[in-house]
Design a protein around this ligand. Structure first.
Ligand code: ADP
Ligand code: ZN
Length: 433
């Protein structure tokens, strides 16, 4: 199912032409209506006339999160506030929130983008979608909501929290799809199992999960636990919210809606584009947004892009799973560690629950690196030898994947906090500023 076949399956050359026309327009809009962008371009000796095609994008200066903070709250708006019909703010995972504003047209671009995502995972007007992302300033809830209405589906606007009621209504209303963070999906799966309601009584078939990094093994875990197909949806507040792209039924990468959100991958050190297919930092330019256009916004998300046509027929560029944000990367005893690597090891071992907490500290000038895990009831034992063997197994695997040895702490069942939104997997007690 393809929502906008003309765009999603457009020949690459034609797409680049369209992107070029739109880039020129958005650069003019930003330059003449936002002092911030005008000043930055002038500093580089650039004017909108220097932009002729999409290839010229590399001439433009980058925008970073700090720029949004420095211009807080409305300094990057490119239209009068009377044109802004909605405000959102990021959840502030990494500091002070940033504020974004949408015109009426921006909201319709957003729901168009989410509509494409929903069709890509096989949902239509016949389906009820339970939206269990938080509603409010966070873009998750209202973002998905707009898309479900756009395709004419039935939206169940649950928001997050109240887990028992989530399950009851999912059951009673016959939700076909669930949209939430992968962490919350895991938690819902666990709670359904405990509720004793037979899984066959649910009509749930499809999961639309995102807003935080998750691994392939986490996908399998969720698919198994809820008896569904689980798809990745990606987005960020600064660019529009959820729905910048999503997987299709092939589950071979996340298609990005590049007629609206132009992606580039750069080397975060040299700031130069990487070779096609190589990993690096994802950068977006909004090609159509009116309220708060973003020019070459550095997301800090690490991934790679692939331009070959997909098995689903779409030509829209595909992005690999996000490895993590560069800000999420821990440097422990000089070694780079991503929480996603730790997750992949834990989920690969049947003995452990798919929940974990990484605790890092510095004692006597040495980094300590502890990973807390829960053992599944089937594997639980009072025998010290068995516990030691389990610890040894996971320690060795971590060592071989990460390159350093963690201290494994086996904690009581259910003692690692379950998340209803974005999970917190790391506590870093080092004061490293
Ligand atoms: P905050 O920056 O406060 O978390 P957002 O809700 O805008 O606010 O979060 C956007 C970020 O969430 C992205 O830049 C990315 O790091 C992460 N994210 C969103 N969707 C996904 C996904 N599908 N996979 C991995 N990370 C994701
Ligand atoms: Zn596809």
């Amino acid at each position: 199912m393809i929502w906008n076949e003309t765009i999603e399956c457009m020949e690459r050359e034609e797409m680049r032409k369209l992107q070029g026309i739109r880039l020129k327009r958005v650069v003019e809009h930003a330059y003449y209506n936002t002092p911030f962008y005008r000043r930055k371009m002038q500093e580089e000796g650039l004017s909108p006339d220097d932009i002729e095609s999409i290839d010229d994008i590399t001439k433009l200066p980058f925008t970073v999160k700090q720029d949004l903070r420095d211009t807080y709250p409305f300094g990057l708006m490119a239209v009068p506030m009377s044109e802004i019909v909605r405000l959102h703010a990021s959840s502030g995972t990494t500091g002070k929130p940033v504020v974004v504003g949408y015109t009426r047209k921006d909201l319709s671009i957003w729901s168009e983008a989410v509509a494409r995502c929903l069709y890509a995972v096989g949902l239509t007007r016949n389906d009820a979608v339970q939206v269990s992302y938080g509603y409010g300033l966070f873009t998750g809830g209202l973002g998905l909501h707009g898309g479900v209405e756009k395709i004419g589906g039935t939206v169940i606007p649950m928001s997050s929290g109240n887990t028992q009621k989530q399950i009851q209504l999912m059951h009673d209303f016959g939700a076909k799809a669930l949209a939430c963070t992968p962490s919350y999906a895991l938690y819902l799966g666990e709670t359904i199992k405990e509720s004793g309601i037979p899984r066959e009584e649910f009509q749930l078939k499809t999961g639309i999960f995102g807003a935080e990094p998750w691994t392939e093994s986490m996908r399998r875990e969720i698919e198994e636990s809820l008896g569904i197909k689980a798809y990745d949806i990606y987005g960020l507040t600064e660019i529009i919210g959820p729905g910048v792209g999503s997987e299709c039924e092939c589950q071979k990468g996340t298609h990005l809606w590049e007629d609206h959100f132009f992606p580039e991958i750069i080397d975060p050190k040299t700031l130069l584009p990487v070779a096609p297919g190589e990993p690096g930092e994802l950068v977006f330019t909004t090609l159509t947004k009116e309220g708060m256009p973003m020019i070459r916004y550095r997301t800090r998300d690490l991934t790679a892009l692939h331009h070959e046509k997909c098995g689903c027929g779409r030509t829209a560029v595909r992005m690999d799973r996000i490895l993590g944000r560069s800000d999420d990367m821990l440097i422990i005893r000089g070694v780079n560690v991503f929480p996603s690597q730790v997750e992949a090891v834990i989920l690969g071992l049947p003995e452990f629950e798919p929940h974990y907490l990484i605790v890092v500290d510095r004692v006597n000038n040495t980094d300590t690196f502890q990973i807390q895990v829960e053992v599944r009831p089937d594997y639980y034992s009072d025998e010290i030898n068995k516990v030691m063997a389990l610890k040894k197994k996971i320690t060795m695997q971590m060592q071989s994947v990460i390159g350093i040895q963690p201290e494994i702490k086996i904690v009581e069942p259910r003692s690692i906090e379950r998340s209803m939104g974005k999970a917190q997997h790391v506590i870093d007690n080092r004061k490293l500023v």
